[in-house]
Design a protein. Sequence first.
Length: 356
Amino acid sequence: MKNILVTGGAGFIGSNFIHYMLEQEEDVSLLINLDLLTYAGNLENLKDIENDTRYRFIKGDIRDKALVENLFQQYDFDTVVHFAAESHVDRSIVEPEIFLTTNIVGTQTLLDAAKRHWKLEPGNKYSREYRQGVRYLQVSTDEVYGALGKTGMFTERTPLSPNSPYSASKASADMVVRAYHETYGMPVNITRCSNNYGPYQFPEKLIPLMIHNACHDLALPVYGDGMQIRDWLHVKDHCSAIHTVLTKGKIGEVYNIGGNNEKANLEIVRLILAELGKPESLITYVKDRPGHDRRYAIDNAKITAQLGWKPLYTFEDGIHETIQWYLGHTDWVERITSGDYQNYYRNMYDKAEPLA
């Protein structure tokens, strides 16, 4: 039976992963959710499992060395799945410092605690032996690879070339994880996913933002010409891929996780409007953000061939299900889009310069 530390478990992907693990994995003895509950962390995402005896929430910062150390001592984790991160590119352009400290220093704090508790001879710098069955999984992003041209796909061998403070912080964290494996023999994996969508996503991201605005007949802000292309991955497929890496992945390896669904932003916006029966006149083109990558695409051949994972959702089924989820959870959306989020929204979009 496993004791699992999930960081950032009150966020979008983390909360979906906790649901997945408690529903699908019989080998969970205890799952601790460590989350600071910043603007995107929401315990409402986990209301239906808060009384599960295998689950426990702890509010705290991954940069807090004393807290992280105490958690490892108290709960004797054998698995760490690290989601916690500042993750929105727009925010990183405005406030890069919080991204660098949370995403890099926070990762190093977790690695140090895991190394101290898992290493058989923690005082021996030459020892590379660890407890049987322990594993640290770093959840990263395809944005660390930079941007693609009109053709080609990111593979695990693609050089890292981040273009925003956010992606630079994630690439740096990935390199720290790799270094702990190479230097100390830490049993790690890194996963790099494409754009996620699905239930519980904070409404600053493209799909929930457009659904929310369209439902309220508000302008739908589209950067540039809207032809930025992303590979879209349903969050449930992402969760199943992470679980596959935890159970089957080779220690030290990186695995790309993609949904095989390349779509331009404008195509998605129009699809949402069509499903909701709203006019395309709601689309408002605004000045493109600095350093906006034009295209991402993930080659997931490695995880498919070596570990037997593949995405189950088509984009058409996934986006329909996602729209219906948001329509059925308008109370959740309305609570999320109040207060601080409204201030952020106005700062980001109301001041954006419309394109001629």
